[in-house]
Design a binder for this molecule. Structure first.
Ligand code: 5AD
Length: 344
């Protein structure tokens, strides 16, 4: 198949291709484009799951408001700062603060937290706090936040609405928020889940075209993993649905790299969860250039269960990545220095 940015027809051909020999060409192209545009550095982002409170009712997510049997936590600012210092001491360039959509994380509290982290470390600060008001996003950017992650989950508007009930009173859609984040000067990350019940190959092709249209700086793609306490876990797969497997996720990672050559693309925890033996490595070999070691304190980590048996539960505190430099070197890669922002 042709080199260059794939069009919709070529994307669909790759998504339907299941011959390992043919797929070698896709993996090679993704790896070549990755090397040419972002090099061999693998950037490490320390992930801190700062709160599992959530106001939303997403039918796929284990920390949805409707899950009454989950103990809720919100980390203290001092605890979050200690995690950021740990990320710095481990040599990471970025800390990612993630949470459910938690109204208890106020504009002022988050702004003060960002200010403190920027004062005490040289880390890039990425926020992933859900759909928040433009005034909040503006204040946090002013406080020094560099990046924001907000997956659009699927470009199929009807499917998105079905799995992500709207919250009354919210003025902007997720796509509008992504454009707002760009205007505010954030590096903007988004992404999708692969294999949502009701999701088709056409939907995945549209997701990839939207990655390019949005000119995303960061793209996270992981398989959908059913959580037994959620309504979507009971959904029966239909004919024509995309499988929520690792092969389809590798194809999406590789195609995301071809669509957005300079983007930062993580090999995600969800991918490492469904293929514990080699998901993380094959993600990096097929287009990804980022890892997000989990730095959430152990007592909170088990409560941030967006899907079951997250691979990060097996990681030690401190990231559990003692052998990372040699593991990467064996792949011809190395730990990236500095914040590892999008090259423009
Ligand atoms: N399976 C896989 N990924 C999930 N996420 C939430 N719930 C699940 C699940 N059950 C992903 C969403 C969200 C990100 C933080 O985690 O894509 O944006």
């Amino acid at each position: 198949m042709a080199e260059g940015t794939p069009d919709k027809a070529e994307i669909l051909r790759w998504l339907h291709e299941n011959d390992p020999a043919q797929l070698e060409e896709l993996w090679r192209r993704a790896d070549d484009v990755r090397r040419a545009h972002v090099g061999d550095d693998v950037h490490l982002r320390g992930l801190v799951e700062i709160s599992n409170y959530c106001a939303r009712q997403c039918s796929y997510c284990g920390i949805r408001a409707g899950n009454r049997n989950l103990s809720r936590y919100r980390m203290a600012a001092d605890e979050v700062v200690a995690c950021a210092e740990q990320a710095r001491d481990l040599g990471y360039g970025t800390v990612v603060l993630q949470s459910g959509e938690d109204d208890g994380l106020t504009l002022e509290w988050v702004a003060a937290l960002v200010t403190r982290i920027k004062e005490t470390t040289a880390l890039a600060v990425t926020l992933s706090l859900g759909e928040r008001a433009p005034a909040e996003l503006h204040a946090w950017r002013t406080a020094g936040a560099d990046r924001y992650l907000l997956r659009f989950e699927t470009s199929n508007a009807a499917l998105f609405k079905a799995i992500h009930p709207p919250r009354p009173g919210r003025a902007l859609s997720r796509l509008e928020l992504l454009r707002e984040l760009r205007k505010l000067g954030y590096e903007v990350g988004s992404g999708v889940m692969v294999g949502i019940p009701g999701q088709t190959y056409d939907d995945l092709a549209a997701d990839l075209l939207l990655f390019r249209e949005l000119d995303l700086d960061m793209i996270g793609v992981g398989p959908y993993i059913p959580h037994p306490t959620t309504p979507l876990a009971a959904a029966a797969p239909a004919a024509g649905d995309v499988p929520a497997d690792d092969l389809t996720t590798y194809k999406m990672v590789a195609l995301a790299r071809l669509m957005c050559p300079a983007a930062n693309i993580p090999s995600t925890t969800a991918l490492a969860t469904i293929n514990q033996a080699e998901g993380r490595e094959l993600g990096l070999r097929r287009g990804a250039n980022v890892l997000m070691p989990n730095l959430t304190p152990a007592r909170y980590r088990t409560l941030y269960e967006i899907y079951p048996d997250k691979a990060s539960l097996h990681e030690a505190a401190g990231g559990g990545y003692a052998d990372l430099p040699s593991w990467l070197a064996a792949m011809g890669r190395r730990v990236g220095a500095g914040p590892g922002g999008r090259r423009r």
